[in-house]
Ligand binder design. Structure first.
Ligand SMILES: NC(=O)c1ccc[n+]([C@@H]2O[C@H](COP(=O)([O-])OP(=O)(O)OC[C@H]3O[C@@H](n4cnc5c(N)ncnc54)[C@H](OP(=O)(O)O)[C@@H]3O)[C@@H](O)[C@H]2O)c1
Length: 245
């Protein structure tokens, strides 16, 4: 048994920020389950994440309710920490036709709101009461704007208020981590070029872009027993980019 030994479920735990979060909890001795659509990516992550227990992998498309229901049997019976990290950004609208506008907005809703809502609803009965933790990943785009993606990440902030109200009486907290730009993930598709990284760096007050481990540290704090009195909140981690230069 590790120092912590909690059951931690992390959506999108096969890459980027989610993988760093998985490594953080596994390193603390927790029993980690990572979720995503690509089995090979999840398995590769599970192999390299070092911890006391083997990392469990569940392949699921969290935007599809039937798929979430079908995979419930593979998810842990007890969930001490649920991290809603899965999400992605759609391509910008090109020709501006309303059909395309509607498709892009629906796509970003499916990609960013539904995975958090469906997984949380499915696991609600399994959350440890008292002591359970739900931590959801939003984005600085929710606060500074960025089309449909930013709007969907803002929706998660509003949703989290209700979740915190619902879970508070059971001794379970619900909070959101709001990352600024984080390099080295699959989020932007191709690797981000140096010019863009320099531009993002210049937007921060600390003169550095974020790394997945920075976000994992914020998630681990909100999931810790020490954070028991914090709920319905969001925690920015952006090197001061919210204030800008
Ligand atoms: N990187 C940044 O600058 C940044 C900034 C602010 C917020 N964020 C947020 O941080 C979170 C992690 O992003 P990241 O940068 O680490 O990008 P990433 O490497 O693309 O990670 C996203 C993960 O989510 C999984 N995923 C996406 N849709 C899913 C679905 N429908 N069902 C199951 N799994 C799904 C992906 O795996 P599969 O494709 O295999 O499903 C992938 O592992 C996202 O919510 C993102 O919006 C990122």
């Amino acid at each position: 048994m590790g120092a912590s030994d909690r059951s931690v479920v992390i959506s999108g735990g096969g890459t980027g920020i989610g993988r760093a979060i998985a490594a953080k909890f596994a390193g603390q001795g927790d029993r980690v389950t990572i979720l995503g659509r690509r089995a090979d990516v999840l398995r590769a992550a599970a192999r390299v994440i070092a911890g006391t227990h083997p990392v469990k992998v569940v392949t699921v498309d969290l935007s599809v309710p039937e798929d979430v229901e079908e995979k419930l049997g593979e998810l842990p019976e007890r969930v001490d920490v649920l991290v809603n990290n899965a999400g992605s950004r759609g391509a910008p609208v090109r020709d501006g036709g309303l059909k395309e506008v509607a498709e892009r907005w629906r796509r970003d809703f499916d990609a960013n709101v539904l995975p958090a809502v469906l997984l949380t609803e499915a696991l609600l009965p399994r959350l440890t009461r008292p002591g359970g933790r739900v931590v959801t990943l939003s984005s600085l785009a929710a606060l500074r704007g960025n089309g449909a993606y930013g709007a969907m990440k803002a929706a998660l902030l509003a949703w989290n208020h209700t979740l915190a109200q619902q879970l508070g009486p059971h001794g379970v907290t619900a909070n959101v981590v709001v990352p600024g730009f984080v390099a080295g993930t699959e989020f932007f598709g191709e690797p981000v070029d140096e010019k863009e990284i320099a531009r993002r760096q210049a937007q921060t007050l600390v003169g550095e872009v974020g790394e997945p481990d920075d976000i994992a540290a914020a998630v681990a704090f909100l999931a810790s027993p020490e954070a028991r009195y914090i709920t319905g909140e969001f925690l920015n981690s952006n090197g001061g980019a919210m204030l800008g230069r």
